[in-house]
Design a protein around this ligand. Structure first.
Ligand SMILES: [Zn+2]
Length: 349
């Protein structure tokens, strides 16, 4: 038994790990001593040549060597993994003093915003907000509204036809009024507005769009007169354009109302003195309205001798253009983010 070799290995093991800087090196060292042909393994193989009296002592010495090696191995293995973890944690540390990354925040669509504003005013006066189909039947879009086939009023509302001349994209939101009257059964008062998309076969330019939005409303009850319409319009105009807004009616013509009016507000820029927005008239036209035509009431199941009502219609784009000084209707439909940035409604509120 060569005790010298064992002694040498022992001191070797004590300093062996000082050069270990990573797990790779650590595993190499393990293979060098405890691997198949490792130094300690080789020494164990010599047991068979040791004389019987010394076998026990030799065995103990070998075990001592193994234990020493394993102890050192565990110690360095733990140190290395702790160091790796610390390094990882240091690299992932969040510096709370760094400036925050700015997350872009959206703004409500300008037309939706206007519609919601109008809806709120009408809901506060007891109106319902009613929805209707954008793909509509000729019957609801024209015929029930006193615009029979071949009537010249249809020319101004030329739209997109889907099936023959029966199914079309609605050219106005008025068919929702017809539908509401019919479903009300002719014996109940109605107070409703029906905002939504409408379509016409117009070539797009600064003031025309093949798609636009209307906010129409209808009130049917007993003893309703034009002065009720005037009062209602006055409330909504003041709400949208300020308490100093003055309103007026001018006679007009629509097929589904009689009498019909165009509704003007005093110019909110020049306060009536005259400017480019109001074309020096001091007035701006914002909607069309009138008393529901007796034929329309009759067509939709209401007896015009008992019931009267008024109807009105705003263009949502026109309201938004006036309110925010937008001069091109195409701005609303070009999905240009600069639009929502420029007219950020959060600041307006
Ligand atoms: Zn003006």
């Amino acid at each position: 038994m060569n005790k010298e070799i064992i002694k040498e290995l022992k001191s070797e093991i004590k300093t062996l790990f000082d050069e270990v800087i990573d797990m790779k090196k650590l595993n190499e060292v393990k293979a060098e001593y405890l691997g198949k042909n490792g130094k300690i393994t080789e020494l164990s193989k010599q047991m068979k040549d040791v004389v019987n009296e010394e076998k026990k002592e030799f065995g103990l010495l070998i075990n001592e060597l193994r234990e020493l090696f394993n102890e050192k191995y565990e110690e360095y293995s733990k140190n290395l993994s702790d160091a790796a973890l610390n390094k990882k944690m240091a690299s992932e540390k969040i510096d709370v003093t760094l400036p925050a990354q700015k997350i872009p925040v959206g703004a409500p669509n300008i037309l939706e915003h206007i519609i919601e504003e109008v809806e709120e005013v009408f809901m506060s006066m007891g109106y319902d907000v009613v929805d209707g189909p954008e793909i509509e039947e000729d019957k609801y879009n024209f015929e029930l509204l006193n615009i029979p086939k071949g009537h010249p009023a249809r020319d101004a509302q030329d739209t997109f036809y889907i099936e023959d001349e029966k199914i079309l994209l609605r050219s106005q939101t008025s068919p929702v009024q017809a539908r509401t009257m019919l479903s009300s059964g002719g014996d109940k008062p109605i107070r409703m507005i029906c905002p939504g998309k409408t379509y016409r076969r117009d070539a797009d330019d600064a003031t025309h769009s093949h798609q636009f939005m209307q906010i129409e409303g209808l009130l049917v009850d007993k003893n309703i007169s034009l002065s009720d319409l005037k009062g209602t319009f006055d409330v909504i105009a003041k709400k949208l354009f300020g308490e100093n807004c003055i309103t007026r009616f001018r006679p007009s013509y629509y097929q589904f109302t009689e009498p019909s009016v165009e509704t003007d507000i005093s110019c909110f820029i020049c306060k009536g003195k005259g400017c480019s927005l109001c074309k020096n008239t001091g007035w701006i036209t914002v909607s069309g309205a009138g008393m529901v035509h007796p034929n329309v009431l009759k067509n939709c199941g209401y007896d015009p001798k008992v019931w009267t009502g008024f109807a009105f219609g705003f263009g949502a784009e026109r309201l938004a253009m006036l309110k925010y000084g937008i001069n091109d209707i195409r701005t609303f439909y070009q999905t240009d983010l600069r639009e929502s940035e420029t007219f950020d409604r959060r600041e307006v509120e």
